[in-house]
Ligand binder design. Structure first.
Ligand code: HEM
Length: 233
């Protein structure tokens, strides 16, 4: 039975989706406070770009790090540095999964899952990559479970754990508000948000690099030339 918000369905999906939407709204998604956090992260990105002093460089990892830090702070409450081992593991895992998602192995795995489980191929690496992301989420969940129970909820995990502890979920055998779904929901939000947003930003950088006229207008304060707004969920 698929868990989380991206691949589940029916009652479990509705519960995860509703809970994720309500929790993200509590954390400020769609509000000014979130925009401020994104602007802080964008400022750091601009500083890194400026530090290259016009010399050529590959912005891929820098952009991915910036975008992941916005979601990461919401989910876990801290950022990752570019050198962080966990961050680098996660980037590799996402690369594998994307590579798998556009390959014939994905189609074969969808059509014949039990047969493919027995065969080697890209799907094996992709499944391992998903496990890496899930185990990172599970490690973080464990840290938040061990924290002082009187602490106010601060991040996605805290709010979810609070909801999990409520009688309506504890006493309802049909409830899908549990730790497994939490880990998968974090994985799904992280994955969906990271790949989409960083791809849009990378295209933005490429287009702007080719359009100095638009860059000039942008520097003169014409925000219509390059205004991104992020619509979550
Ligand atoms: C440029 C940015 C983005 C684009 C183009 C994009 C696009 C999409 C699309 C087309 C879907 C499928 C919708 C559907 O099946 O009805 C989707 C689903 C989803 N997106 Fe995004 N997205 C973006 C950013 C984000 C961000 C920043 C997050 C979270 C931080 C996010 C989280 C999700 C999740 C969790 C789902 C699955 C929702 C569900 O099945 O209930 N996305 N996105």
């Amino acid at each position: 039975m698929p868990s989380g918000v991206g691949f589940s369905n029916g009652h479990a999906w509705k519960q995860q989706r509703r809970l994720a939407q309500v929790t993200l709204a509590k954390l400020g998604v769609g509000k000014r406070i979130m925009e401020d956090k994104i602007e802080d992260e964008a400022q750091q990105l601009v500083e890194i770009f400026a530090s290259k002093k016009g010399k050529p460089f590959d912005p891929t990892l820098i952009i991915t790090n910036s975008v992941s830090n916005v979601t990461h702070a919401l989910m876990f409450g801290h950022r990752w540095s570019l050198e962080d081992l966990h961050f680098n593991k996660l980037v590799k895992a996402i690369e594998y999964t994307m590579h798998f998602g556009v390959s014939i192995f994905y189609v074969l795995y969808e059509l014949f899952p039990s047969l493919m489980e027995r065969l080697p191929g890209l799907h094996k690496k992709a499944l391992e990559a998903t496990e890496i992301l899930l185990s990172l989420s599970k490690e973080e969940i464990q840290k938040h479970k061990e924290q002082e129970p009187t602490l106010e909820p601060r991040v996605f995990i805290d709010y979810y754990l609070l909801e999990m502890g409520k009688d309506k979920n504890k006493n309802d055998p049909t409830s899908a508000v549990d730790e497994e779904n939490l880990a998968h929901t974090i994985h799904d939000i992280f994955f969906a948000g990271l790949e989409s947003t960083s791809t849009v930003l990378k295209w933005g950088v490429l287009i702007l690099a080719n359009r100095p006229d638009v860059q000039d207008k942008n520097h003169q304060g014409d925000r219509r030339c390059f205004g991104f707004r992020f619509y979550l969920l």
